[in-house]
Ligand binder design. Structure first.
Ligand code: SF4
Ligand code: SF4
Length: 155
C-alpha cells in the first residue's frame, strides 16, 4: 500500500564490504532486503524496517548499518512527530495503533510499583515457605462475593 509516512529507519549497505551473500534477505522477518537479480545486488525496502538490528548482527562482513531516520518535523509542543505519524498511520490503515511488548510511552507502569505485603495479615505471621498463600489480584469491578473451594480454585 502506498504510504505517505517516511521510513523510520535508514539502511546503509556498504558496497565495499557487501559480498551479496543474502544472509540479510533470509534473516529479516519483515521482507526488507531483497535480491535484485538483474543488477546482481542486494537492496532494501526501508519503509518496512522496524529497527530490530537482526540483519546487522548476522551480516558476516558488517556491511550493514541501521540508523534512525533523521526526519525533522517543524517543532510544536503538541504536534510532536510521533503524534503526526500516528495520525497518518491511522488515516491510511483505518485501524487502531497497537504496540507489542508493553506500552512504548513514558507512562508509569503500576504493576512495577505494586507491593503485596502479607506479613501482618495473621498473628503469628504466615511463613510463606511452609504455608500456602493466596496472591490472586482482582482487576475491574469488585465481585459481590468470592467463593474458594478446597483447592483454592475460585468459582
Ligand atoms: S548479509 Fe551483509 S554481506 Fe550479505 S548480502 Fe546482506 S549486506 Fe551484503
Ligand atoms: S533491522 Fe530488522 S526489520 Fe530492519 S531490515 Fe534488519 S532485520 Fe529487517
Amino acid at each position: 500500500m502506498k504510504t505517505y509516512l517516511p521510513p523510520n529507519f535508514l539502511i546503509d549497505r556498504d558496497q565495499e564490504r557487501c559480498i551479496q551473500c543474502q544472509v540479510c534477505v533470509n534473516q529479516c522477518a519483515f521482507g526488507v532486503h531483497y535480491y535484485d537479480a538483474e543488477d546482481d545486488e542486494v537492496r532494501s525496502h526501508e519503509e518496512n524496517c522496524v529497527g530490530c538490528h537482526r540483519c546487522m548482527i548476522f551480516c558476516p562482513t558488517h556491511a550493514l548499518t541501521i540508523r534512525k531516520h533523521p526526519l525533522d518535523y517543524r517543532e510544536n509542543y503538541n504536534w510532536r512527530p510521533e503524534v503526526i505519524k500516528d495520525i497518518i498511520r491511522q488515516a491510511e490503515s483505518g485501524g487502531m495503533i497497537l504496540t507489542g511488548t508493553g506500552n512504548d510511552k513514558g507512562y508509569r507502569i503500576y504493576w512495577d510499583h505494586m507491593l503485596l505485603n502479607a506479613s501482618q495479615v495473621t498473628n503469628p505471621s504466615i511463613d510463606p515457605l511452609r504455608e500456602p498463600m493466596e496472591l490472586t489480584t482482582y482487576l475491574g469491578r469488585k465481585p459481590d462475593k468470592v467463593e474458594v473451594d478446597g483447592d483454592s480454585h475460585h468459582r
